[in-house]
Design a protein. Structure first.
Length: 739
């Protein structure tokens, strides 16, 4: 690199640093600026010899992360300094102790939390990535700033991922959709959540992403004109009412359009509410609510609202602090449009989450504000779950959940995730109340413990000192807090029973001349198709595994031994197992190749997404069923790629001419005369595709059909779907992935 290049680069670094101070959301004091400058100097020096994959100086990355932390998340000097140094301990000789000495324990603790955990030994049962997530999520208990900076770090990595290998892009993007986007959502960072989701889609389903982006560009003029029509009408009336406001048009995010297309089985053109309008009004705190409803009445004077889609988060804000009024109205040309009404204060909270929340609450220091807010987020972390994947899955369940609001008998308001039951409510009040719940009443009537609550219900819990949680209770709750409390209670009981069970098993096996050691325990766990040794001892303890079953195991064990001893005598006549397998594999499985070497391996097609040749796929190495092949857009793909990246192998189809595959289609339309005839003509005569199964029904003029066809590959299937869509009266044709 020439001197001039370096000079230009140093200028650019200095420019970025100035920009960082300029865009900070918090007001920075002279002390704050000194602290940030010191952190900047440490980071510049530590990373001076490093470059990113793209070739640029590494220091641009920490500065970019600090800029996101300062402006988009709105944190203060402590967090900005920690963000600048977030990779220092991991990549250089500087230690956490050095940072404590140079700065303060707070910054050192945050930097330590941001330093990735050392890679634990890759065990097939435990996902290293899930363990990483778990450690990261547990830092919420220490300092939520670790997670907020981690989200900023992830956002910048996602924005600059173009120069990475494709498989790495897919892995990082899957992780982002799996954990970081839901986290950003839960922390009230809606802006960042949207960016993470859109970028996640860009790398997990590039074709779909590009298609939606180009469609949005194509229809931009038309959309702008449509939004202008509505905003002109509303502006006139709002001005007449003397309201000080701005109106912004806001296209729906690419990810949410994709989600709608998938869930509803529709094309881009069929997604109705592709755009929203946001009305942001100026107001003093006293008139905020009054003005919101005044704007509501102006909007509904012009456009008819959908009563079922009114969302009032002004009277009952979300637990993230989000406040707004969402009205869905029927706009011109018969299209639904979502109109969001927010005051300037609410708008800042929606964009910045925590930081704005506490700016308006007038809470003093950054630390103090975080502490109060963090208490709302700790419930999902009160988990003793041994399995990291379960922990992360449980945590995720609580991240995206919509909220309902219910009342206690005294009239206090409690927020719970949508789908929560009366037993969840009991545990949300206190563990002791939950554990001793004997019955529950909703609006004065006795209801089952698994009764699903609705917003506005008044809930009363009846307790009894003798009541204890049972295994069935796990089916009665949906929140991770309740699940974990029940599991903890059951585990204590289970452990006692299991200890007795181990003693009993030891005695019984001695009678059968078998020693109870690790090998025997593993054999028994497999023999009884259990998960762990604890399951085995517990079942013996409660008498579920009786003597006869143990005798059967002993008999089978001795038979296996006899067969093994016989084997050597026949060895001469038997082909080596590897030879048989390789020959059979090359004959039977010549369709898919795996890995960079394009090896032909034994595999099974996964039932959850039924891949067929031509579909984009990947292989997943399971513990007991070999390689399972999934479509890249399989509903489980994100979770698998994120939690078990080390078990994923690239796969692609190389020759699909010799095989035929089954695909199921769901067809709906208007029940017109001769439709069935027309359909079979298109499928069999024009396309020469065999119909394996056909089930058609008509009801009140609506036609519904499920057709199973045999196709050689994906291209033919797509062409077939296009041709069926052209048949007069057909409305939708979608492929079904689950039988």
């Amino acid at each position: 690199m020439t001197e001039i290049d370096l000079e230009a680069e140093n200028k650019a670094i200095a420019q970025e640093y100035k920009e960082l101070l300029r865009i900070s959301y918090q007001t920075l004091t002279t002390e704050d600026k000194k602290l940030i400058r010191k952190a900047f100097d440490v980071a510049v020096d530590a990373h001076k010899d490093q470059r990113r994959k793209s070739g640029e100086a590494y220091i641009f990355h920490p500065i970019a992360v600090a800029k996101i932390v300062a402006s988009e998340i709105g944190l203060g000097a402590t967090s900005i300094a920690a963000a600048l140094m977030h990779d220092v301990v991991e990549d250089t000789d500087i230690t956490v102790d050095d940072i404590t000495k140079m700065f303060n324990p707070n910054i050192a603790r945050i930097v330590e939390g941001l330093t990735k955990i050392a890679k634990v030994k890759t065990d097939q049962d435990v996902s290293v990535q899930a363990e990483n997530f778990r450690k990261m999520l547990l830092t919420l208990n220490d300092d939520v700033r670790v997670i907020l900076i981690k989200i900023a770090d992830r956002l910048h990595n996602m924005q600059t991922m173009d120069s990475m290998a494709e498989y790495k892009q897919a892995k990082i993007a899957s992780e982002t959709l799996y954990i970081y986007a839901p986290l950003a959502h839960r922390l009230g960072l809606y802006n960042i959540k949207t960016q993470l989701e859109d970028l996640g889609l860009k790398y997990t389903e590039p074709d779909v992403y590009q298609e939606i982006v180009s469609k949005i560009k194509e229809t931009k003029q038309e959309q702008d004109a449509y939004i202008k029509t509505i905003s002109d009408v509303l502006s006139k009336s709002l001005e007449e009412e003397g309201i000080n406001f701005t109106i912004k048009g806001r296209p729906k995010s690419i990810y949410s359009i994709r989600r709608k297309m998938r869930v509803q089985g529709v094309t881009f053109d069929e997604v109705y509410d592709k755009f929203a309008l946001r009305i942001i009004y100026k107001s003093n705190p006293h008139d905020e609510k009054f003005l919101a409803w005044k704007i509501y009445s102006v909007v509904t004077d012009h456009y008819r609202p959908s009563p079922s889609r009114l969302r009032d988060w002004i009277s009952s804000p979300k637990s993230t602090g989000y406040e707004a009024l969402h009205i869905t109205v029927m706009g011109p040309k018969g299209r639904w449009v979502e109109i969001q009404v927010r005051s300037e204060r609410m708008d800042e909270i929606a964009e910045k989450g925590y930081a704005a929340h506490y700016k308006y609450k007038g809470v003093g220091s950054e630390e103090h504000g975080l502490e109060i807010w963090l208490n709302q987020l700790k419930e999902a972390l009160e988990s003793q779950a041994a399995n990291a994947v379960d922990f992360v899955e449980d945590f995720k369940l609580n991240l995206y959940s919509k909220e309902i609001y219910v009342f206690t008998p005294k009239g206090d308001l409690k927020s719970l995730p949508k789908g929560a039951t009366t037993l969840d409510f009991a545990f949300s009040i206190h563990t002791d109340i939950g554990s001793k719940t004997r019955g529950t009443k909703v609006n004065g009537k006795l209801v089952p413990l698994n009764y699903i609550l609705n917003s506005g219900d008044q809930v009363e819990v009846i307790t009894s000192p003798n009541q204890k949680p049972t295994v069935q209770w796990l089916d009665y709750v949906t929140t991770s807090r309740a699940k974990n409390k029940i599991k903890n209670s059951l585990n204590e009981n289970t452990k006692k029973v299991a200890e007795e069970g181990k003693e009993i098993l030891n005695r019984k096996l001695r009678h059968l001349k078998i020693t109870l050691n690790e090998t025997t325990i593993n054999e028994l766990v497999n023999y009884f198709k259990l998960q762990t040794s604890l399951d085995l001892f517990y079942r013996v303890g409660i008498g579920a595994i009786e003597n006869q079953k143990l005798k059967d195991y002993a008999a089978q064990k001795s038979n296996t031994l006899v067969n093994f001893l016989k084997k050597p005598f026949n060895r001469g006549n038997v082909t080596k197992p590897e030879q048989i397998e390789k020959n059979e594999i090359s004959k039977k499985y010549d369709m898919l190749v795996f890995g960079l070497e394009q090896e032909k391996l034994d595999y099974k097609l996964s039932a959850c997404c039924n891949p067929i040749p031509g579909d984009e796929v990947f292989g997943f190495i399971t513990i007991s069923e070999g390689i399972k092949v999934h479509r890249k857009d399989c509903p489980n793909a994100i979770s698998l790629q994120s939690n078990y990246a080390y078990r994923i192998i690239p796969a692609k189809w190389i020759d699909s001419s010799q095989e035929e595959f089954r695909a199921m289609l769901n067809i709906t339309g208007m029940d017109t005369l001769g439709l069935t005839n027309e359909l079979t003509k298109v499928i069999s005569n024009q396309m020469h595709v065999n119909i394996e199964n056909i089930a058609l029904s008509g009801k009140a003029g609506v036609f519904n059909g499920k057709i199973t066809v045999i196709v050689p590959n994906n291209t033919i299937l797509k062409r077939l779907i296009d041709n069926i869509k052209k048949v007069d009266g057909i409305d939708k044709v979608t492929r079904i992935y689950q039988n």
